[in-house]
Design a protein around this ligand. Structure first.
Ligand code: AR6
Length: 173
């Protein structure tokens, strides 16, 4: 696997990188899960900045400052809601990873941390989501040497196990 990819267990709000990714909803005005945790940790200035973004389409990404977070920036993306797999969910999730990484590269961000987008409230099947995350990140890194590190932050054991096993060679490049 690319040496610039790291897999850790933990809380993304504590990770020290240039930008953490938020698994938001299309309003960008906060919610539960990792979105709620990021807004709580960043403080109310984050919501103020998000109000000026006027939402975000599924698969796309927008960036804000990180305020009280240790990370300098937050890249907000909106994953697809799983509804059986025939509604372009795979491609929309792949677009999330591509959009976030493209935005990071454009803004000179060198280190990025991702949660497992769509695998919580949005119920995307975990292994399927992790395969997409790893595939898209590897492909992007191979073409963008300026990105120094991508960290997958796993909030629970199942997620950690999925990233570990699928990055250990079960995924074709
Ligand atoms: N650090 C890292 N990962 C976390 C954290 C954390 N602090 N907290 C939760 N996770 P979810 P989604 C994991 O539901 O499925 C929100 O209400 C969690 O265990 O946060 O994309 C939004 O506003 C799971 O593995 O995001 C949207 O309405 C992963 O993050 C909706 O939920 C994603 O779970 C988005 O749903």
């Amino acid at each position: 696997m690319d040496e610039r990819i790291e897999i850790i267990e933990g809380d993304i709000t504590r990770v020290v990188v240039d930008a953490i990714v938020n698994a938001a909803n299309s309003t960008l005005l906060g919610g539960g899960g990792v979105d709620g945790a990021i807004h709580r940790a960043a403080g109310p200035d984050l919501l103020d900045e998000c109000r000026g973004l006027h939402g975000c389409a599924t698969g796309e990404a927008k960036m804000t400052r990180g305020y009280k977070l240790p990370a300098g920036h937050v890249i907000h993306t909106v994953g697809p809601i799983w509804s059986g797999g025939a509604r372009n969910e795979d491609e929309l999730l792949a677009n999330c990873y591509r959009s976030c990484l493209r935005l990071a590269a454009e803004r000179g961000i060198k280190t990025v941390a991702f949660p497992a987008i769509s695998t919580g409230a949005y119920r995307f099947p975990l292994q399927r989501a992790v395969r997409i995350a790893l595939r898209e990140t590897k492909a992007f890194l191979s073409e963008h040497p300026a990105i120094e590190k991508v960290v997958f932050v796993c909030f629970d054991q199942d997620t950690l196990q999925a990233y570990r096993s699928l990055s250990a060679g079960e995924v074709s490049p």
